[in-house]
Write a protein that binds this ligand. Sequence first.
Ligand SMILES: Cc1cc2nc3c(=O)[nH]c(=O)nc-3n(C[C@H](O)[C@H](O)[C@H](O)COP(=O)(O)O)c2cc1C
Length: 304
Amino acid sequence: MARTDLSIELTGLALENPAILAAGVLGTTGSSLKRIADSGAGAVVTKSIGIEPKPGHPNPTMFKLGCGFLNAMGLPNPSYKEFRGELITAREGGVPVIASVFGAHPDEFSQIITGLDGADAYELNVSCPHASGYGAAVGTDPVLVTEITKAAKQAANAPVWVKLTPNVTDIVEIGEAAQKGGADAVVAINTVRGMAIDIHSGYPILGNRFGGLSGAAIHPVAVKCVYDLYQALDIPVIGVGGIANYQDVVEMMMAGACAVQIGSAVYDSINIFNEVTAGLARYLADNSMELDDIIGMAHRKVGR
Ligand SMILES: Cc1cc2nc3c(=O)[nH]c(=O)nc-3n(C[C@H](O)[C@H](O)[C@H](O)COP(=O)(O)O)c2cc1C
């Protein structure tokens, strides 16, 4: 039997399948990005890259919970100048490489994007919940999000995706601000602000005291954000948050995602991309459907 076609066109990029590596997980070196490409990902996103080298927050930076992970890495990265070589290596993986970039204001985003020429697309991290002055510190202000997106679009000769934070009253307002700035797609969601305390010592566990929650715990939050964004926006929505199997992919697509990203589940299985795409292909074949049939299905079912 012919394998169900999972290939998609996403903001002008050709992907063999819609399962993408999320930013920040095994994305700091070109060779690890290549390894994920070889493990069946349709595209890979790099660790978020900034202007200057950054060591990140003190340890512990990551903590496993029963329902996911808490992390406060603090955007450690070698700077865009040092990352150029990694990008070249990553592209040998043969799948689109999306450079995730972060900055404090529009000019910084422009500078990094110009300096990191050669990525297949750029993902603007305006959503990290635990880096002072960056990420969600800029991504909760709709005016700034529009300005940053405009500046990025001017600097980039590739599509620009904007990654949104759920740590706002209304994620749709921020999605609309990105669309207004000319974003080619939005990515939802980054981690949800959270904290854990060691009951034996009374100390917060993370070196930064608080961090971002990812994994199974945030999946329903991500599904709701994607559902709302799909309804309000004209640009594609890429869904991320707690995806660990093909059923999660199908659900996220029914909410309106045309592609998904996977982060935390990679820690359990590097083969997760092959697993979810095989399951997705089987699901579509068993139900005599194509990808387009499931994208946004939940909206059509309830008639809005
Ligand atoms: C250890 C770790 C590091 C992360 N670093 C970044 C990052 O550098 N930039 C970014 O935009 N998101 C980062 N994220 C967020 C993920 O890309 C993703 O949005 C989030 O983890 C939800 O997806 P998941 O539940 O599949 O992990 C990080 C997540 C984790 C767990």
